[in-house]
Design a protein around this ligand. Structure first.
Ligand SMILES: Nc1nc2c(c(=O)[nH]1)N[C@H]1C(S)=C(S)[C@@H](COP(=O)(O)OP(=O)(O)OC[C@H]3O[C@@H](n4cnc5c(=O)[nH]c(N)nc54)[C@H](O)[C@@H]3O)O[C@H]1N2
Ligand SMILES: Nc1nc2c(c(=O)[nH]1)N[C@H]1C(S)=C(S)[C@@H](COP(=O)(O)OP(=O)(O)OC[C@H]3O[C@@H](n4cnc5c(=O)[nH]c(N)nc54)[C@H](O)[C@@H]3O)O[C@H]1N2
Ligand SMILES: [Mo]
Length: 767
C-alpha cells in the first residue's frame, strides 16, 4: 500500500493515557461548569451515584476504585451542562432556522427546560403546560381508529422503571408497536442467540474474562465506544490470554492501550501490546473468517487430532452433523474471497482457538449491521460450541451492548414481538388481555407512517429522525403523522421534523436528582452482563419544569386511559411500587427492592450459562447457513460496477450516536471535521481522485431513488481495498430503507454499495 501521510496524521500516543485525560478536561471546561461536573464525574458508577449514561460495559464492584473513562466523562458532562433551552430560546428561533444549524449546534444549546408545542403558523415552538400537553396527547391517541396507528419508540437510556411503565401503558392502550434503538443495533444478536441458545443475551459475566485464555473481538471499536472494556482486555493479556481482534480498520484503541488512571504507565508513556493478533477482514467478511477457522479445526480433527468437544455437541446441541457437513462443503476459495484474509491468517487464529481451554467471543456493530448478521452470529455460536465454550467458566458469547440500558429495556418488555410468556404474565398481574399480534419495529414503523398506517408517534428519548436510515424518506414519513412527541433531554433533529401537532417534553437525565412524593428516587439499569443495579442522580435539576420519565409516562397514561389498569399517578409516588410490579411479572426480579440494596447490584442469571436451553428442542441449535451469495445485500450488489465501493458508517471519538460532542476523531487523526471518507490510497488512485479532494456519494439500490451524501473529503487510510468508511448520522441518507438484515430487519449500516463522484456544490441539505 502506498503510504500517504499528508492528510492523515494518526494520533501517535497510545489510546487512553494523557491524550484521553487532556481531551476529557477540555470537554469539562467547555461546559462552563467544571467544578460541578468533576464532582458529578467522580460519582459515576459508584455505589452511591448514578450509572454512567455512556455505554453498557459492566464493572467489577470495587468501591476503592474511581471509575470513569473519557467518553463516560463526556456523556456525563454533556448532560450536566448549565446551559438551558427554554421558551425564550424557541421564541427567538424558528424551526426553519434551527433546521439550518448543525447537529452539534442543536445539542450544544443545553438542556431542554420546559414543555413546548409546535405552532405551524409562527413556525415556532411555544410554551404549553404539562396538563395541556397530556390532554393533547390523550386527544390524539383516543381519536385513532385503531391503537395500532400509534408507534412508541424507545432509546436505550430509559431506566427499567420507565421502560416497564411505558410498555404497560402502550399495551393497555392496545398495541405492540415498539420500535426501539435495538432494532438498529443488536437486534441480530438477540434473534440469533434466542434461536440458537434460547436466550437473547450474552452468556458471560465480567469475571469470566479473568479466566478466559482466548478472547475473539469481532467488529467493534472499544477504544472509543466501550473504553472500560480495554481495561478488561489488558488484564486478559496480562493473565496470558490471547486477544484476537478482527476489524476492517486498524483501530488505535485496540492496537495499543494505557490506562489513564495508572500514573506509572502514564509517566513512562509506555504502552503494552494489547492485542496479540489483529486481522483486517473485508466488510461483512466475518462469517467467512469464522467458517474458515471451523474448517481448519475440522481438518485437524479429521487428521486425527482431538479438538472438538464431542460430548458437548452430542449432549447439548442439535444440528451439529449438518453444520460440520456444511463446513466441509464450503470451499476455501470462497472463504478467502469473502473474508479478505489469507489462509495462513485464518489458520493462525484457528490454532490459537484450538490451544485455548476457555474462549470468549465478543462483538458489536461490525457484526450486527450487515445483511447476513444473523447467520454470522449463528456461526459464532457454532464456533464456540465446537469446543464446548458455552456454559463453562471463562467462556461464552458476549454481544457488547451500546446504550447503557438497552438490554434492560428489552428485559422489561420493550419488544414489538413479545413472548407469549410475557403477555400471559401481564394479563395475570393486571387483568387485561394485552394485544397478541406483533407490532412494528423501526423500519416497519417508517413504512407504516409512509402508508398512513401510523399517525401518532411518541419517542421516549433518542433521535429517531437522525438515527434511522434513508433520512429523506424517514423525514417525509414523520411529517405525515398527526402527532409527534419527543421526550428528551437535549434539542436534536427529531424535534425539527414535526407531525401536524408536535410536542417536546423535557425530562430528567441519569445525573439529575429525581424527587417524587415519597422523596428522592433511584432507578435501575442492566448492563451487558445481566447485572442489575440502582442509579440515583446527584445534580439539582436545572429547571423546575423538567419531569422524570416515569412521571411523564404515568401522566400520559392517566390522561389517555384513566386509572386503567392501575392508578398511574400513585405508582410514581415511589418507584418501589413499579419495582414490585416488575417483580410480580418477571420471576427473576423477585425481591427486587431488597436486591438492589446490594452494592454492585444483582445478577439476573443466564440459562445457557448453566447449559439449560430454552429452545423448542431443549438443546442448543447449531444452524447451518451457506456463506452469503454476496456480502452486500443483493439489490445493491447487482448495481455494483468495478468502480463501486462498500461503505460502512461508524462513530467518531467525539460523538455519542447522533450526539456530536466535537469535530475531532483523535485516534484516527481527524481534526475539526466530520465530512471525511476513509479510503485505501490505491482506490483513490484507481478511481482517478486525489487525497484531500471532496467527493459526493451515491448509494446503489435498485429502486431508482437517488440517495446521496455530498462533500466528503478523501482521507487515505489503512482499510481494505474496495471498502470505505464515514461517520453516521451524516451518511444515513445513503442507507436505503429496504436494505435490512435477513431475519433481524436491522438497517445494513455497515454494508452500503456506493459510487463516488467529484463533488458538486449545490448547498442543499437533506433535512
Ligand atoms: N463514545 C461512544 N460510545 C458509544 C457510542 C457512541 O456513539 N460513542 N454508541 C453506543 C452504542 S449505541 C453502540 S451500539 C456501541 C457501538 O460500538 P461499535 O460497534 O464499536 O461502534 P461503531 O463505531 O459502529 O464501530 C464499528 C467497528 O466495527 C468495525 N467494522 C465495521 N464493519 C465491520 C465488519 O464487517 N467486520 C469487522 N470485523 N469489523 C467491522 C469498524 O471498523 C469499527 O471499528 O457503542 C456504544 N458506546
Ligand atoms: N448509519 C448508521 N445508523 C445508525 C447506527 C450506525 O452505526 N450507523 N447505529 C445505530 C445504533 S447502534 C443505535 S443504538 C441508534 C441510536 O439511536 P437513538 O438512541 O435514537 O439516538 P441517540 O443519538 O442515542 O439519541 C440522542 C438523544 O437522546 C436524548 N436523550 C439523551 N439522554 C436521554 C435521557 O436520559 N432520556 C431521554 N428521554 N432522552 C435522552 C437527547 O435528546 C439526545 O439528543 O442509531 C442507529 N443508527
Ligand atoms: Mo447501539
Amino acid at each position: 500500500m502506498r503510504k500517504n501521510d499528508i492528510y492523515f496524521t494518526p494520533y501517535s500516543g497510545p489510546a487512553g493515557g494523557w491524550g484521553a485525560l487532556k481531551s476529557t478536561t477540555k470537554h469539562l471546561l467547555k461546559s462552563r461548569n467544571a467544578a460541578r461536573n468533576i464532582f458529578t464525574l467522580l460519582k459515576t458508577n459508584q455505589p452511591t451515584g448514578f450509572d454512567c449514561p455512556g455505554c453498557a460495559w459492566g464493572e467489577k464492584h470495587d468501591p476503592a476504585k474511581i471509575r470513569f473513562c473519557e467518553n463516560g466523562a463526556k456523556a456525563v458532562n454533556w448532560e450536566a451542562t448549565s446551559r438551558k433551552v427554554g421558551a425564550d430560546f424557541f421564541a427567538q428561533h424558528s424551526v426553519s432556522w434551527l433546521k439550518e444549524q448543525s447537529d452539534y449546534f442543536l445539542e450544544y444549546q443545553g438542556r431542554l427546560a420546559e414543555p413546548v408545542r409546535y405552532n405551524s403558523d409562527s413556525d415556532k415552538y411555544e410554551p404549553i403546560t404539562w396538563t395541556d400537553a397530556f390532554a393533547l396527547i390523550a386527544k390524539h391517541l383516543k381519536a385513532l381508529p385503531s391503537p395500532h396507528q400509534g408507534a412508541f419508540y424507545t432509546s436505550g437510556r430509559a431506566s427499567n422503571e420507565a421502560a416497564f411503565l411505558y410498555q404497560l401503558f402502550v399495551r393497555a392502550f392496545g398495541t405492540n408497536n415498539f420500535p426501539d434503538c435495538s432494532n438498529m443495533c443488536h437486534e441480530a444478536s438477540g434473534y440469533a442467540l434466542t434461536s440458537s441458545i434460547g436466550a437473547g443475551k450474552g452468556t458471560v459475566t465480567i469475571d469470566d474474562f479473568e479466566e478466559a485464555d482466548c478472547v475473539f473481538v469481532f467488529g467493534q471499536n472499544p477504544g472509543t465506544n466501550h473504553p472500560r472494556m480495554l481495561d478488561t482486555l489488558r488484564d486478559c493479556v496480562e493473565n496470558g490470554a490471547q486477544v484476537l481482534t478482527f476489524n476492517t480498520l486498524k483501530e488505535r484503541g485496540l492496537e495499543r492501550f494505557q490506562h489513564p488512571q495508572n500514573p506509572v504507565e502514564m509517566l513512562t508513556n509506555s504502552s503494552k501490546p494489547l492485542n496479540t493478533a489483529y486481522f483486517t477482514p473485508k466488510l461483512g467478511g466475518d462469517m467467512a473468517v469464522i467458517r474458515g477457522m471451523a474448517k481448519h479445526l475440522l481438518e485437524r480433527e479429521d487428521a486425527g487430532e482431538s479438538l472438538l468437544d464431542w460430548a458437548f455437541l452430542k449432549e447439548h446441541t442439535q444440528g451439529y452433523e449438518a453444520y460440520l457437513e456444511r463446513v466441509r462443503e464450503t470451499p476455501w476459495s470462497k472463504i478467502l474471497e469473502q473474508s479478505g484474509l489469507s489462509r495462513d491468517d485464518i489458520e493462525y487464529a484457528a490454532n490459537q482457538y484450538a490451544n485455548a481451554e476457555r474462549t470468549i467471543c465478543t462483538w458489536a456493530m461490525g457484526v450486527t449491521q450487515h445483511y447476513h448478521s444473523v447467520p454470522t452470529i449463528h456461526e459464532i455460536i457454532n464456533f464456540l460450541s465446537l469446543r464446548g465454550n458455552i456454559g463453562k467458566p471463562g467462556a461464552g458469547a458476549c454481544p457488547v451492548r451500546g446504550h447503557s440500558n438497552v438490554q434492560g429495556d428489552r428485559t422489561m418488555g420493550i419488544n414489538e414481538k413479545p413472548s407469549q410468556a410475557l403477555l400471559d404474565s401481564l394479563e395475570k398481574r393486571f387483568g387485561f388481555k394485552p394485544p397478541q399480534e406483533h407490532g412494528y419495529a423501526v423500519v416497519d414503523t417508517i413504512r407504516a407512517m409512509k402508508e398512513g398506517k401510523v399517525k401518532a408517534f411518541i419517542a421516549l428519548g433518542g433521535n429517531f429522525a437522525a438515527a434511522t436510515p434513508d433520512t429523506q424518506a424517514t423525514a417525509e414519513a414523520l411529517q405525515q403523522c398527526d402527532l409527534t412527541v419527543q421526550i428528551s433531554t437535549k434539542l436534536n433533529r427529531s424535534h425539527l421534523i414535526t407531525g401536524k401537532d408536535a410536542l417536546i417534553l423535557p425530562c430528567l437525565g441519569r445525573t439529575d436528582i429525581d424527587l417524587q412524593r415519597s422523596g428522592e428516587q433511584v432507578v435501575t439499569v442492566e448492563d451487558s452482563f445481566s447485572m442489575v443495579h440502582a442509579s440515583g442522580g446527584v445534580m439539582e435539576p436545572l429547571s423546575s419544569e423538567m419531569r422524570s420519565e416515569p412521571w411523564i409516562i404515568a401522566s400520559m397514561a392517566q390522561a389517555t386511559l384513566g386509572e386503567f389498569p392501575i392508578d398511574w399517578m400513585a405508582t410514581v409516588e415511589d418507584y418501589g411500587h413499579i419495582r414490585n410490579m416488575i417483580a410480580d411479572v418477571f420471576p427473576t426480579f423477585t425481591g427486587f427492592n431488597e436486591k438492589i440494596k446490594q452494592a454492585g447490584g444483582f445478577y439476573l442469571g443466564s440459562h445457557p450459562r448453566e447449559r439449560i436451553w430454552d429452545t423448542p428442542t431443549g438443546t442448543a441449535v447449531m444452524h447451518s447457513h451457506d456463506l452469503p451469495i454476496s456480502i452486500l445485500p443483493l439489490n445493491a450488489s447487482k448495481m455494483m460496477s468495478d468502480q463501486s465501493l462498500v461503505l460502512q458508517t461508524l462513530r467518531s471519538h467525539d460523538q455519542y450516536n447522533t450526539t456530536v460532542y466535537g469535530m475531532n476523531d483523535r485516534y484516527r487523526g481527524i481534526k475539526n471535521e466530520r465530512q471525511v471518507l476513509f479510503i485505501n490510497p490505491s482506490d483513490i488512485e484507481r478511481l482517478g481522485f486525489e487525497a484531500g479532494q471532496k467527493v459526493d456519494l451515491f448509494s446503489l439500490w435498485d429502486d431508482k431513488v437517488e440517495r446521496t451524501a455530498k462533500g466528503f473529503k478523501l482521507v487515505p487510510y489503512d482499510i481494505p481495498e474496495g471498502n470505505i468508511a464515514a461517520y453516521y448520522p451524516e451518511t444515513n441518507p445513503l442507507v436505503p430503507l429496504d436494505s435490512i438484515g435477513e431475519f433481524s430487519d436491522t438497517p445494513t449500516s455497515k454494508s452500503i454499495g456506493v459510487d463516488l463522484k467529484q463533488h458538486v456544490e449545490d448547498g442543499k441539505r437533506i433535512l
